[in-house]
Write a protein that binds this ligand. Sequence first.
Ligand SMILES: Cc1ncc(COP(=O)(O)O)c(C=O)c1O
Length: 385
Amino acid sequence: MNPFPENITSKLPKTGLSVFAVMSNMANEYNAINLSQGFPDFECSPKLIELVSKYMKEGYNQYAPMAGVMKLREAIAEKTEDLYTASYNCETEITVTAGATQGIYTAISAFVKEEDEVIVFEPAYDSYVPAIKLNGGIPVCVPLKMPDYHIDWDEVRKLLNQRTKMIIINTPHNPTGSILTAKDMVQLEKITKNTDIIILSDEVYEHIIFDGYEHQSVCRYPSLAERSLVLCSFGKTFHNTGWKTGYCLAPENLMKEFRKVHQFIVFCSNTPIQHAIADFLKDKSYYEELGGFYQEKRDFFVNLVKNSRFKIVPCLGTYFQLLDYTGITDETEMEFAQRLIKENRIGSVPVSSFYNKPLNNNILRFCFAKKEETLEKAAEVLCKI
Ligand SMILES: Cc1ncc(COP(=O)(O)O)c(C=O)c1O
């Protein structure tokens, strides 16, 4: 069939299928152990599933309020106050989203205009740059500095100008597992002081932080919080990424603009799930213990692969472990990741694909949000390479 219309100008000419989908499809095709995409291979709490069914059976099946079910917004306000001593008004400063990705797109779309510049630290979660471009903005990509993927704040300061509309930060950081410290936040405060720069703070891994470190939410810093939109995800916290439920926190003036766009992108998110999560959030132990839960998984996996030929890159948060294969081959990350699937039946993600222009550092990302038996099988394969 001849394509019609014939001349389509793509809005994202260089974008193909996301690397996660590519690697996951390939892992399925070759029946490989899939540590590529970031999702658990274990179930979420049966209690949460029961709660969703309960609310469905009770008839909570129509549109939720645009900003989210009120009792969920109240629970989010309480959690944020408890964790970060920050107060967000549930009427005007909290919006439930269909996952963090929708919230990120909405936030960018609400504020970034033609020719506005947005600072993005690379490697970066893959939705930021396309969202900026789709809205006519210009991504200004700043590499995180090796070996620990830290931010060079002097470099960032030099890049700021009248057109800088937004800075996107992400801590704990996907894909590197690095975290921002209190010192980083002070630097961010300094460089944004007396500017109109908006901060988009992607905190989907807020509870998945290890080794006694505390998550540095922008909410803890009033002078940052007043210019920030914070995005969180229940999918990461409650092991149900497929439910696509998250939320945005922002001061009223920013939230007003966010909601103007949110209502036309999705209007509202899934009603019974919002009711269920509101009830489930009453048990704080679940998210309070999440860091310990994943730290055990990280340690289990790292212990198993520490004597392999891969070099372990320290991971302080998220559920991703980077492994450096410099001692093994000089193939590019994509070549090696594909060969690992085809020949060794193990799926990972090349970190080069988290850069706007792929940068090869001989590092692959492995997701350890998996059952012990999956991690054991994966480590056995990795140790033979
Ligand atoms: C850094 C980061 N932000 C946002 C998301 C998306 O979260 P959600 O599934 O709630 O859209 C992910 C998911 O992998 C992520 O790693």
